[in-house]
Design a protein around this ligand. Structure first.
Ligand SMILES: Nc1ncnc2c1ncn2[C@@H]1O[C@H](COP(=O)(O)OP(=O)(O)OP(=O)(O)O)[C@@H](O)[C@H]1O
Length: 350
């Protein structure tokens, strides 16, 4: 059987008590965003692809070449890793020329190529600078140029934007998007940030406890999360239940939520925190989904406030304005009425 173009892997890795078993294929030109909570095994997966941790089993080919027998430096893999950034004693140009040089390219050709890459990432003027003389965003762009300079068939990015401040992050995210669009190999991007994944990835793979729990195009994963982690990440309330004639029974079946959907059987039901309305007293002309709950926590997030509502009947998160929090006098322990319109719920098969 011939291996497909791009990355074709099943990564089986043991690290102490942790075990990773992840089947991962990435087509040429495709960017896969690898998401997951802390300790899910994202870095372990990237390190196995790079040859930095040994595989206990599985397979790993890129464009049909088996990478497993090759040491890291002989793999056609470009890496942008947080703990594997730039050589501090080399200039930006020398950093970028390093990979091609170690692949056997002549000194002059490697430097010429490196200058071209620095130009492409907008840093031609900083070719002679040492990493310590560069800003975080500039260093990140040099790291990207260095990774691309080896003309990799597989590009690995581990939280490439995490260390940057909000403004630089925006700028580098846009630059990274352009470079990824022009990259013809397979790319795997590890991130904690759903926005990075939405903007940069063609497909999202969610890892939890060393196993794939969900994959799909970003919009689909965001709209139809299948685990609590994904739902929280995407900022949605998520329940599993049984649908029957437009009503979904959730939890042990004592609570129910009305929907406008006609699915029957086991389903997921999701709604956005911003679609939960809160009232101090029972509202008149009540919408169909109305329940009495207690505030478990109130947390400010930017210009919005997330209000955690405790079970029973079910836990939920509402997102309201600071003005609404003041007006309703919300604090931990407050009793509130919460409402969600049936039309604001999304139901999909479990
Ligand atoms: N060198 C190591 N030796 C033994 N176990 C390790 C080692 N490095 C990581 N682990 C374990 O492997 C598991 C996965 O860690 P990994 O760093 O791959 O997760 P992650 O998804 O990248 O997490 P984070 O988002 O926190 O970086 C964790 O349980 C961790 O404790």
């Amino acid at each position: 059987m011939t291996s497909p173009a791009g990355l074709d892997a099943r990564l089986v890795v043991r690290r102490g008590a942790f075990d990773l078993d992840l089947a991962l294929t990435v087509a040429p030109g495709e960017v896969v965003g690898l998401l997951g909570p802390n300790g899910a095994g994202k870095s372990t997966a990237l390190r196995a692809l790079a040859g930095l941790v040994p595989m206990a089993g599985g397979h790993l080919t890129v464009d049909g070449t088996d990478l497993r027998p090759l040491p890291p430096e002989r793999r056609a893999v470009g890496m942008v890793f947080q703990d594997y950034l730039l050589f501090p004693h080399l200039s930006a140009l020398e950093n970028v020329a390093f990979g091609p040089r170690s692949q056997g390219e002549g000194r002059r050709a490697a430097r010429r190529g490196a200058a071209g890459w620095l130009e492409r990432v907008g840093l031609a003027a900083h070719a002679g600078a040492r990493p310590a003389q560069l800003s975080g965003g500039q260093a990140q762009r040099v790291a990207l140029a260095r990774a691309l300079a080896v003309r990799p068939r597989l590009l690995l990015l581990d939280e490439p934007l995490a260390a940057l401040d909000a403004h630089t992050r925006l700028e580098i995210r846009a630059a990274l998007r352009r470079h990824l669009a022009g990259f013809s190999g397979a790319a795997v991007l590890v991130t904690h940030d759903p926005l990075d994944a939405m903007v940069l990835a063609d497909r999202i793979v969610v890892l939890e406890g060393g196993r794939l729990v969900q994959e799909g195009v970003p919009a689909e994963v965001a709209r139809r999360p299948r685990t609590d982690y994904v739902a929280r990440l995407m900022g949605l309330n998520l329940y599993r239940g049984r649908a029957d004639a437009g009503t979904v029974l959730i939890g042990d079946g004592t609570a129910s939520i009305d929907t406008v959907d006609s699915l029957e059987g086991d389903v997921f039901l999701a709604f956005a925190p911003s679609s939960v309305a809160l009232y101090r007293t029972r509202p008149d002309g009540s919408p169909r989904n109305l329940w009495r709950s207690r505030v478990a926590a109130v947390e400010q997030q930017g210009h919005r406030v997330r209000v955690q509502l405790s079970a029973p009947p079910f836990a939920a998160v509402a997102e309201v304005t600071p003005a609404a929090v003041a007006e309703l006098g919300l604090s931990e322990g407050s009793v509130v009425w919460a409402a969600v319109k049936a039309t604001e719920t999304h139901v999909y098969p479990a």
